[in-house]
Design a protein around this ligand. Structure first.
Ligand SMILES: [Zn+2]
Length: 148
């Protein structure tokens, strides 16, 4: 068993295929350069972010999965819907930056009248860390519900 001997014809075909592959890659690169950064499939914008003037701003972001934090002092009344612009909440979403691996963003927001209690920051988690955190949350919930 082994690879069939390479003939001049098959070598020519292989080189033609390689040239076609290279041409396709080159065309893709040109489209990418013309349109900006190639977006991740989960990016809500999906257009390569051509309106951004700096690479650092060409950031892919997925859908927000937010939870209001009703125990915080500035939580809205129970009859109001969560407003993520002002209400305390935690959001998770996919995030990707230029030539970096995508990560799970965990955004934590809380405004407080107390000095140093306001929080407005994004933690970056690897997918494995996000899974570990999700399991930890479920474990803690089970503990306080007496199921652990
Ligand atoms: Zn994008």
């Amino acid at each position: 068993m082994g690879r069939p001997a390479m003939t001049a014809d098959s070598l020519s075909t292989t080189m033609r295929d390689a040239a076609a592959t290279l041409a396709r890659a080159s065309a893709t690169a040109e489209v990418t350069l013309a349109n900006g950064w190639p977006c991740a499939p989960w990016c809500l914008e999906g257009d390569g972010h051509p309106r951004e003037s700096h690479r650092v701003d060409q950031r892919c972001q997925g859908r927000l999965y937010s939870v209001g934090c009703s125990l915080e002092e500035a939580a809205p009344a129970s009859h109001k819907e969560l407003d993520i612009d002002v209400d305390p909440h935690i959001s998770a979403y996919a995030c990707g930056r230029y030539y970096r691996l995508p990560y799970v963003a965990l955004y934590v927001y809380r405004e407080s009248s107390r000095q140093f209690w306001s929080v407005d920051t994004e933690f970056k988690l690897t997918p494995a860390e996000a899974v570990a955190m999700a399991k930890n949350l479920l474990t803690v919930v089970a503990e306080i519900q007496g199921g652990a």
